[in-house]
Design a binder for this molecule. Structure first.
Ligand code: AHR
Length: 325
């Protein structure tokens, strides 16, 4: 399977006129120090508040610095996102900020930018570490510790249920780093908790309506579920609708934990419908452009610029909702 994936990726890279061997032999492209830059930002999709907040933060920071931002929205398609990066390369941007929708399909885009001499900084999602590396193929990955987010969600559920829960897991986009890592963090934690079991797990693609539909189907098949772990708040909000449609009380009959920290999730916590959400901060603008400036100065950039995340539950949701997105 791995060999097949690699051959497909190598073919993808070759289609872009780059041989895999030639790409891997190259140095990481440098960035000249200039007053103004033309910078690309390749977004994955814009169908949720998290993505919209991230885009706003990137646009605001670029505007503040007086940089030209070439913005693209892949509309939920990894293939379109690869094409978007290729278009940025053709437009001669100085650097590309890329939020790779999935871990493997975006490798050819990273390699094509490298071949064209354009540095790439990965934002919020990572690529497959066996196929591309920070400091060699791209500058760095700026983002949260998704494994830790999953672990903290499991810990919150453990505390609230005294370690007893029949859990439905709503996974994020299949093949994306947050879905893979949030699953790992949560599942590793409950391995040592005999009373906590995942009874069903399916992708809701990080989307509210898909999350609602999947939760509806899984709740019909598993009416005994006592908890829902959603990989993001949008799916958690979808799950609340599914529970209410099934005549169940979210927050009472079924506990819900999630990740992000959106306004709707904080409101659901205040309303008693959700237990907690682990923050995943979307406001990347200042850190992204500051990292770019450090790179242009010739600083050695750490392979992972870590975002630290807060935690929201009934103890602080009311106090913090005014700043939520
Ligand atoms: O990559 C971060 C995740 O992507 C966020 O949790 C989610 O809401 C978004 O679509």
């Amino acid at each position: 399977m791995l060999r097949r994936t690699f051959l497909m990726l190598a073919a993808g890279v070759a289609t872009l006129g780059v041989s895999a061997a030639a790409v891997s032999a190259q140095e990481l492209p440098k960035l000249k120090q200039k007053d103004k830059y033309k910078v690309g930002f390749a977004q994955t999709e814009s169908n949720n508040p998290w993505r919209i907040a991230q885009t706003e933060s990137m646009k605001a920071e670029a505007a503040k610095l007086g940089y030209q931002l070439v913005y693209t929205d892949a509309a939920g398609s990894a293939a379109k996102q690869v094409a978007d990066v290729n278009s940025m390369i053709a437009q001669g941007v100085d650097l590309i900020f890329l939020a790779p929708r999935e871990e493997k399909p975006l490798i050819p885009a990273v390699m094509a930018a490298k071949k064209a001499g354009i540095p790439v900084i990965l934002l919020d999602r990572n690529v497959d570490q066996s196929l591309a590396k920070a400091g060699k193929d791209y500058v760095t990955f700026i983002g949260s510790d998704f494994v830790e987010e999953g672990r903290r969600a499991a810990e919150a559920l453990d505390k609230a249920t005294n370690g007893t829960a029949k859990i439905i897991q709503l996974e994020g986009t299949t093949g994306s780093s947050p879905a893979n890592d949030r699953r790992k963090g949560f599942e590793d934690y409950i391995k040592n908790k005999p009373g906590m079991k995942i009874i069903a797990s399916q992708s809701g693609d990080f989307a509210r309506d898909k999350g609602r539909q999947v939760a509806e189907t899984l709740l019909q098949a598993h009416p005994d579920a006592t908890a829902i772990y959603a990989h993001n708040d949008e799916m958690a909000i979808g799950a609340i609708s599914a529970l209410e449609a099934a005549g169940k009380k979210p927050g009472q009959d079924v506990q819900i934990v999630s990740i992000d920290g959106t306004r709707d999730a904080l409101q659901a916590i205040i309303d008693g419908k959700m237990l907690a959400t682990v923050e995943c901060n979307p406001k990347f603008g200042p850190k992204a452009f500051e990292t770019m400036a450090r790179y242009a100065k010739g600083e050695q950039i750490e392979p992972w610029v870590v975002n630290t995340d807060r935690f929201f539950d009934k103890s602080n949701a009311k106090q913090l909702i005014a700043d939520a997105y």
